[in-house]
Design a protein around this ligand. Structure first.
Ligand code: ARG
Length: 594
């Protein structure tokens, strides 16, 4: 097969060793094919096949006397020749150390230079990603910011792999809180039907109505009757509800625009019309049990493990649970999803386990279909306590983004960049740094852990930060630009002579770049984005090692260029391309100057 730039080495090697192992041991059913990256020590090769030990164990249990080294040698003898592999050594207790073929690597890098960074081929799936999902009239808090950032990046990686991705905002846009909001709206803005009320601060509006609801019995009664009117579809009440949702959405949209997030609004209200049917179906099939007037459903009716769903409240109303069980049915039956991803704080883990179990019980989810809950920890302030403003209020997201902008500008001015860049360039750099650092700080930590929000740390230009990486990319890009070598010229040179990975640091960098497809496939599978960040940082530090040792441009004492290494400039170019693609997947914009 022709070798393209998007080949996943790990998978190719797995295939090769599967052939070797099944032909060396044709009697073993599903023999273990264990392939890993060798790690930093070059004497263990680039990749390792560690199947010999478990196979030797298996054979012993079948009373075949052997040892792992013998098994390793048998596998080696059956390994077909491959353009990927330069040589294989049996080492230690029976490791197979695999050394990659340099010619092959050079060819792959050349493909990336010619055709760009392309995704490894995968079977196309329809993936539903439920993320961001703030609640109308309540604030969008830092937890929703995490969901927004992580969810967007998950969508980007799946879209890069050409999956059919549906980005859904499961807004909390339905429920009893609308009763008091509508009642309050009627009092505050009696003409809301003819002119749009000037509600600038919906959170304050929510607080006011909540206060009245708690203190005023009369108001409380009215709020309840508003809920009834709304749920029965009274046009005036629907209009009021829509109005309130609109005000909220406008606020959310400001955040999405700034962070460059695309998402489709499809809140809890969307599923209302489908709920009666779903509830009836669950009831008719005998899945619902009565519990103090409520109708509940257990994931496991025998063990009663976890917590049951409340499908119908004692007053006959529906809940968050009802909307989620209806939503999963809609996503399976109507959206024809293959994968169902939900990005929320770790606190909702049990909720989604129960939704999965109940949907499976009810036959909504079939065998291999499952709910994937992408959980994350809470955001902490630098004092390691819950993230709050100095005065103890919750942090408004817009203000947080504004502070990011201010801090990133300070940083650029501190470096004197305002004197070098044009105002437009400076603004672009400011935004790239501010939003980039907020996203990267979130994505570069293992999402299951709590994380400490610190502008000082995320704006540091040393270490694994967005600022460091953005500088690295602009610096790499400037190497060829300063030597006035155009991309066309590089392509010409690559056609003529190809890559030459001669120096150890060139070879090392080349091999890191070749791992891009396997990193992408792993992340698209386990949805842990910090591994992509770690990879990005590894590229960057391996590049620095190379750049310290190998000249790309040689100048004489008076600064005139005396020699240009096109091969090395080509390697710079591919490095920049792979880094830019990783940053794009993380939702981070690069700039050509900063
Ligand atoms: N609105 C919910 C919250 O703020 C998140 C919704 C997540 N998605 C879902 N399908 N339940 O906690």
């Amino acid at each position: 097969s022709s070798v393209e730039g998007n080949v996943c080495l790990l998978d190719e090697l797995k295939n090769i060793f599967e052939i070797a192992i099944t032909s060396a041991y044709p009697n073993l059913v599903d023999p273990p094919i264990v392939l890993t990256l060798s790690g930093n020590n070059p004497k263990f090769g680039d990749y390792q096949c560690n199947s010999a030990m478990p196979i030797s164990h298996l054979l012993k249990s079948m009373n075949v006397s052997t040892n792992p080294r013998e098994v390793a040698n048998n596998i080696l003898n059956k390994t077909p020749t491959s353009p990927l592999i330069e040589r294989i050594e049996v080492a230690g207790a029976g490791f197979l150390n695999i050394y990659l073929n340099k010619k092959f690597a050079e060819h792959v890098l050349n493909c990336i230079l010619q055709y760009g960074v392309r995704p490894p081929p995968v079977k196309r799936e329809r993936v539903i990603v439920d993320f961001s999902s703030p609640n109308i009239a309540k604030e969008m808090h830092v937890g929703h910011l995490r969901s927004t950032i992580i969810g967007d990046s998950i969508c980007r990686i799946l879209e890069f792999l050409n999956h059919d991705v549906l980005r859904l905002n499961h807004l909390g846009d339905w429920g009893t809180q609308f009763g008091m909001l509508i009642a309050h709206l009627q009092d505050q803005f009696p003409d809301y039907k003819t002119c749009s009320p000037p509600i600038s601060d919906l959170q304050a509006f929510y607080k006011e109505s909540k206060k009245r609801f708690d203190e005023d019995e009369e108001f409380k009664k009215r709020a309840y009757s508003c809920v009834v009117q709304l749920q029965s579809g009274q046009p005036d009440y629907i209009a009021a509800w829509k109005l309130i949702c609109e005000v909220s959405r406008r606020e959310f949209q400001k955040i999405y625009d700034r962070l460059d997030i695309r998402i489709i609004d499809r809140g809890e209200s969307f599923y209302q019309s489908r709920m009666d049917a779903v509830v009836k179906e669950l009831k008719d099939s005998g899945f619902l049990e009565e519990d103090e007037g409520r109708l509940i459903m257990w994931g496991d009716p025998v063990t009663h493990e976890g917590i049951p769903l409340t499908v119908v409240k004692s007053d006959g109303g529906y809940t968050y649970d009802t909307s989620d069980i209806t939503a999963i049915k809609q996503r399976v039956d109507e959206e024809k999803g293959d994968r169902f991803i939900y990005v929320t704080d770790a606190g909702q883990y049990t909720h989604f386990v129960t939704i999965d179990a109940c949907a499976r019980r009810a036959g909504i989810l079939k065998n291999s279909q499952k709910i994937e809950h992408v959980g994350f920890g809470v955001v902490l302030g630098e004092d390691k306590k819950k993230f709050k403003t100095r005065s103890g209020d919750t942090v408004k997201l817009i203000e947080l983004l504004d502070e990011g902008l201010k801090r990133s500008l300070d940083k650029l001015v501190e470096k004197g960049r305002d004197k070098v860049l044009t105002p437009e360039e400076l603004k672009k750099a400011q935004e790239a740094v501010a939003y980039g650092c907020i996203k990267y700080a979130d994505l570069s930590h293992n999402r299951v852990n709590d994380y400490v929000f610190s502008f000082d740390k995320m704006l540091d230009d040393k270490g694994n930060t967005a600022v460091y990486l953005l500088y690295a990319v602009t610096r790499i890009r400037s190497i060829a630009r300063n030597a006035q070598v155009s991309e066309t010229k590089l392509l010409e040179e690559a056609m003529k002579s190809g890559f030459k990975l001669e120096h150890v640091t060139e070879w090392k960098l080349g091999k890191v770049l070749l791992r891009f497809p396997e990193v992408i496939l792993k992340v698209a599978n386990d949805l842990y984005l910090h591994s992509l960040c770690e990879y990005l940082y590894e590229i960057s530090s391996t590049f620095t090692e190379f750049y310290d040792k190998c000249y790309c441009i040689q100048k004489d004492k008076s600064g005139n260029i005396v020699d240009i290494s096109y091969e090395r400039l080509m390697l710079c170019e591919v490095t920049a391309k792979v880094m830019e693609k990783c940053l794009e997947i993380l939702g981070i914009k690069t700039v050509s100057k900063m």
